[in-house]
Ligand binder design. Structure first.
Ligand code: ZN
Length: 631
């Protein structure tokens, strides 16, 4: 088995090394079930949608020279993201019908490529002769970045290099157009940068790394400012990447760009790249990230707002932006070995990302606001359909992100039930991780196979947990955590057991008072999970938009095996406003009768909302005292 999405095995500046793809196999749990639904439903649903939306037709027209292009510029990228998902899936289990579907898709893509290597069905069909004429919005290099990632998935996971040959020809063409001494330009939507570094890692052809660095170096010179939004900040093109102090602009673009920045650091060791990435990351988590890990609060620009600009109902928080944040955090983790980045991967995965994926695997959220009046419902597909296939490729490859290795041992970052089979110096480490995470507080790690020399097992201690406990074969571990991990170093024998206990108590969280939509309000969390009040769980007539919570009334959690695939529900004391007769928008405060009544509030994980009948939803709930708070 080859590497997974990121192969840093020869990256000189990596703190942690990725494992070969398939070294981690999910056996049970939330992620395993989501991956199964992805395999059985989402991938086939995606294939149907790509046919009906015209993505494959566009490529066929590019090959035949006839037909009318359908959809936005970047339709090809959805095909590539789907192919990437299928590649990672096929790398884990044989699936003849899926393999056949992938072969057919690759044949359509290969046939669309021009003789000189150019490939972009929008410009081939809709605007022939206008190649590379609109770098801010044309998405040509963006699409080729996704082509490269799909090709690497098929090559690494399936040993199938057909799409890699297409990719090689496409970038040979790109290199005749762009570079020092040739055209100086960058793509409006980053993606090609991270993909080019990965192509370099795969082929060891230094031209790819040089081209990635070229695109990074020329960002921030204002080359893109003439685009639709006329704002270089939107494109992360206002200041050179090494000088950026704050994160700004379109959130997917920003996080994909920063993934490329950290990838370049991992190869070159240029400290200014990592420093810039750290600064922008800190600005994001301190000022511009939802409680769910969602980012990009501004609807019009799909972008980061000002500090604390995090509206709940208008919150955009595109699924792709959360996925971009996950990819960026992963690279920061690989570069630094610091657990804070894995904490944010966990936060974003279990809240802002999984919220985008319906339980049925065929309905999705593009936007992930923190409250709704009931109008926000899942869709089968979108005209701009970036999010569904992005979810598909992440879920198919999620095993890649669970664990890493160093010469000294193995690190576990995300918890679920899975098996690790890692080649390490001097032998092989096989571990069995058992948990009912994120619902139960115990994670058991059993050593199944071990080399005879000593090595270190590192288990992440999530920052949401104030009292983590670790024991080794029943003995409490006393050593000081390192970088957010409990580290156990010893000569292991098969059967050794490390038990990690992460007490999960439901609790209330407040936001900084500058977050206007969360002022005087609290949100319920338990472990890494953010909760919400959804209409269909409440007492009859209770509207989530009118409730308040009694912050002193206590929270009770209960496991419900049949609810939404099995989940922990939380109940709280609160009150609800009776809106009878309240028809006008504003009224004198004196006229508002004390019409609150005590109710029991029922909360479910935010990522599970929107899977039943449509209705209201709120994450932030105003704080009140039962029915006695008057209004
Ligand atoms: Zn998207």
């Amino acid at each position: 088995m080859g590497p997974g999405p990121v192969d840093n095995s020869r990256s000189p500046f990596a703190a942690l090394g990725t494992l070969p793809f398939g070294s981690t196999a999910l056996t049970d749990g939330v992620l395993s079930r989501r991956q199964q639904v992805n395999r059985e439903r989402s991938l086939w649903h995606g294939l149907r949608m790509l046919h009906t939306a015209g993505n494959f037709d566009n490529l066929r027209y590019a090959a035949s020279g006839g037909g009318a292009y359908r959809g936005p510029f970047f339709m090809d990228s959805d095909v590539y993201k789907w192919l990437e998902a299928v590649g990672w899936e096929l790398g884990q289990r044989p699936n003849a019908p899926l393999q056949e579907a992938a072969e057919q898709a690759v044949t359509i893509v290969a046939a669309a490529q021009d003789a000189d290597g150019y490939l972009d069905s929008y410009y081939q069909v809709a605007e022939p002769g206008r190649r590379w004429s609109d770098l801010p919005q044309g998405h040509e290099l963006y699409c080729l970045g996704h082509l490269a990632q799909a090709a690497l998935a098929l090559s690494r996971a399936c040993g199938n290099d057909r799409l890699l040959d297409v990719t090689t020809r496409a970038f040979a063409h790109v290199q005749t157009v762009f570079g020092e001494g040739k055209r100086i330009g960058v793509d409006g939507h980053p993606e090609v940068e991270t993909a080019l570094v990965e192509l370099f890692r795969h082929t060891r052809n230094a031209d790819y790394l040089r081209l990635a660095t070229f695109f990074l170096n020329h960002r921030g010179a204002g080359l893109l400012g003439g685009g639709r939004l006329r704002d270089p900040g939107y494109f992360q093109d206002r200041v050179p990447i090494r000088d950026a102090e704050v994160i700004e602009g379109h959130a997917v673009r920003g996080t994909y760009l920063l993934s490329g920045v950290v990838d370049a650091y991992l190869e070159t060791g240029e400290a200014a790249l990592l420093r810039s990435s750290r600064r922008q990351w800190q600005d994001m988590v301190d000022h511009k990230q939802y409680l769910t890990g969602g980012i990009g609060s501004r609807r019009y620009s799909e972008g980061f707002g000002n500090a604390y600009e995090l509206p709940s109902d208008a919150g955009y928080a595109e699924t792709c932006a959360a996925i971009g944040s996950f990819y960026w955090n992963w690279r920061m983790l690989l570069a630094t070995g610091e657990g804070i980045y894995a904490d944010h991967m966990e936060l974003t995965l279990y809240n802002g990302i999984l919220s985008g994926l319906g339980l049925d695997g065929t309905h999705f959220f593009y936007e992930n606001p923190l409250s709704s009046t009931g109008a926000h419902v899942r869709q089968e597909w979108y005209r701009v359909a970036c999010c569904p296939p992005n979810l598909m490729r992440l879920m198919a490859s999620i095993g890649h992100y669970l664990a890493t290795k160093t010469p000294d041992g193995v690190q576990l970052h995300l918890y679920d039930s899975y098996r690790v089979n890692a080649p390490v110096a001097g032998g092989r480490i096989v571990l069995e991780i058992q948990s009912n995470y994120p619902w139960e507080d115990q994670v058991l790690v059993r050593v199944v196979e071990t080399p005879e020399r000593p090595w270190e097992l590192s288990v992440r201690l999530p920052r949401w947990c104030r009292t983590p406990r670790v024991s080794v074969d029943g003995q409490a571990l006393e050593s000081t955590p390192r970088n957010g991990y409990a580290v156990v170093s010893r000569t292991w024998t098969p059967g050794d057991l490390v038990a990690l206990t992460l007490p999960m108590r439901p609790s209330l969280v407040a936001a900084h008072p500058y977050v206007e939509s969360a002022r005087h309000a609290a949100a319920i969390t338990r472990g890494p999970i953010v909760y919400c009040i959804e209409g269909c769980d409440q007492e009859p007539g209770v509207d989530p938009k009118t409730v308040s919570i009694d912050a002193t009334g206590g929270l009770r959690s209960e496991w419900h095996p049949a609810l939404l695939g099995g989940t922990v529900q939380i109940t709280a004391r609160g009150s609800a406003q009776d809106l009878t007769g309240w028809t006008q928008l504003y009224r004198p405060l004196d006229d508002v009768a004390p019409t609150r009544r005590p109710v029991q509030l029922t909360a479910i994980p935010y990522f599970l909302w929107g899977n039943r009948e449509p209705g209201g939803m709120s994450v932030w709930v105003p704080i009140g005292q039962g029915s006695n708070d008057g209004r």
